[in-house]
Design a protein around this ligand. Structure first.
Ligand code: FES
Ligand SMILES: [Fe+2]
Length: 383
C-alpha cells in the first residue's frame, strides 16, 4: 500500500519549471513618476538588482545596485549634484555608470576627467559617457528609455541597442481615457501571461464579473501565431452578462475580442463593442525573479458614456479582478514549489498558454519563426 510519502513524492523525472530568461529585450523598471531627484529607487529586473535615478537634467539611469568599490548597494546612497552618490565613501556615478568623483583622493585621479587622465584600472563593464574612458571604478549601467510614462531598461548592460520598447499607443490619445496600475504577482512570466490571456477561468475565478451565471454561448476562437506573437480572435461572442461588460456597453451587441501576446512579455486584451466602444488593456510584464513578475497595466477606453463617469467604477473593478488573479497565481506557484515541479494537462481551449511557451522558448534559444509565417487554428468553445 502506498503511504502519504509515496503520494507526495515528486516524479522521478527531472522537475520542470516554465521559466525563461530573455535578456535581449526591454522591460519596464518603474513608472516615470516614481523616479525622483533625491533618492534612488531599488528595482529588480531579470534577477538583477538595480538602482534607478535621474540626473540633473532629468534623464533616467539604471545602474546595477552594487558599488564597484566595496559592494554596498547604490540604493543605500542618494542623488547629489545630479549623480548617484554611494552612501559609504561617496563615490559618485552618472547615468552611464561613469565614476565622476572619489572623495578624499588627491590629484587628477580624484574625479574622472573627460580625457581620462590619471592611473586607471581595467574596466569592469562597457559604461562610457561624454568622452569618459571606462574604468574599473565605473558602475555597471543598463540602457534606459523613458516613454509613455514608463522607465524601460534593457536586460543587458552596455550600449544602447537598436531595438526600442513597445509603445502604449492609446495612452496619450485624447479620445481615450487611460487608467494605469501596477501589481507584483507570484508567478513565472509564462504563468502570469497565460493567466491574463486565459478566457475559461473568467467564468469561475471572476464569476459574475465577466461571464458565468448565464447561458453559455458557443463561439469560434481563431488562433494565429506569427514570428513574435500569438493572438486569439473570438468570433460570434455576444456581450458578456457580467458587471464589467455592462459598464462598457449598456446596450449589448456583438463583441470583437482579441487576446494577444507579443514577445517578450506583453499581453493585450482588446474589446470593441459596437461602433463606438473600444477597450484596450495592455500589460507589460517584468520578470523580477523566476517566480515573481511585476505587471504594469494601462487600460485605455473610448466609450459612448464619458470616461469620467466610467472611471470611478472601472478602476476599482479592474484592480479587484487583478487581485483575484494574483491570489490564484500565488496558490499555483506555491503548489508548484511544494510538489517540486510543474505538471500540466491541457485541452484545446487552453488557447494561448502552449503557444506562448513555444514562443518564449524559441526566443530563449535565439530561433525565430520566418517573418510572414502565420499558423492558424480554429477552436469551438463555449463562453
Ligand atoms: S562602497 Fe561605495 S564608495 Fe565605498
Ligand atoms: Fe483573470
Amino acid at each position: 500500500m502506498r503511504g502519504p510519502d509515496a503520494i507526495l513524492r515528486p516524479p522521478a523525472t527531472k522537475p520542470h519549471y516554465s521559466v525563461v530568461r530573455l535578456p535581449d529585450h526591454w522591460y519596464i523598471a518603474c513608472r516615470s513618476e516614481e523616479l525622483g531627484r533625491r533618492k534612488p529607487l531599488a528595482r529588480t529586473v531579470l534577477g538583477i538588482p538595480m538602482a534607478l535615478f535621474r540626473d540633473g537634467s532629468g534623464k533616467a539611469g539604471a545602474l546595477v545596485d552594487r558599488c564597484p568599490h566595496r559592494n554596498v548597494p547604490l540604493t543605500f546612497g542618494r542623488i547629489e549634484k545630479g549623480e548617484l552618490e554611494c552612501g559609504y565613501h561617496g563615490w559618485r556615478f552618472d547615468t552611464a555608470g561613469a565614476c565622476r568623483a572619489v572623495p578624499g583622493l588627491c590629484g587628477s585621479d580624484a574625479a574622472a576627467s573627460p580625457n581620462g587622465a590619471g592611473t586607471r584600472d581595467e574596466p569592469a563593464n562597457g559604461a562610457a559617457s561624454n568622452g569618459h574612458r571606462p574604468t574599473a571604478r565605473d558602475a555597471v549601467a543598463h540602457p534606459v528609455v523613458e516613454q509613455d510614462g514608463f522607465v524601460w531598461v534593457f536586460g543587458q548592460p552596455g550600449e544602447m541597442p537598436q531595438t526600442r520598447p513597445m509603445r502604449f499607443e492609446l495612452a496619450g490619445d485624447p479620445a481615450y481615457t487611460t487608467v494605469r496600475g501596477h501589481l507584483v504577482v507570484e508567478g513565472t512570466l509564462h504563468a502570469t501571461l497565460e493567466n491574463i490571456l486565459d478566457v475559461p477561468h473568467t467564468a469561475f475565478l471572476h464569476r459574475g464579473l465577466f461571464r458565468g451565471n448565464a447561458p453559455r454561448n458557443e463561439i469560434t476562437a481563431v488562433v494565429r501565431r506569427g514570428p513574435d506573437r500569438v493572438e486569439a480572435e473570438f468570433l460570434g461572442e455576444p456581450r458578456p452578462p457580467g458587471i464589467a461588460a455592462r459598464l462598457l456597453s449598456p446596450t449589448g451587441g456583438e463583441v470583437t475580442h482579441f487576446d494577444r501576446f507579443v514577445l517578450p512579455s506583453v499581453a493585450q486584451v482588446e474589446y470593441r463593442l459596437g461602433e463606438e466602444n473600444h477597450l484596450l488593456i495592455s500589460q507589460a510584464l517584468t520578470p523580477e525573479h523566476d517566480f515573481q513578475t511585476r505587471i504594469h497595466a494601462a487600460i485605455s477606453f473610448r466609450l459612448r458614456l464619458p470616461g469620467i463617469l466610467i472611471r470611478p467604477f472601472l478602476t476599482p473593478l479592474a484592480w479587484y479582478i487583478l487581485r483575484q488573479d494574483a491570489v490564484v497565481l500565488r496558490a499555483l506557484t506555491g503548489n508548484v514549489k511544494r510538489f517540486g515541479g510543474e505538471r500540466y494537462v491541457s485541452t484545446e481551449i487552453d488557447l494561448l498558454g502552449p503557444h506562448i511557451w513555444r514562443l518564449l522558448k524559441q526566443a530563449e534559444r535565439g530561433e525565430t519563426q520566418k517573418a510572414g509565417e502565420v499558423a492558424e487554428t480554429r477552436v469551438r468553445m463555449t463562453v
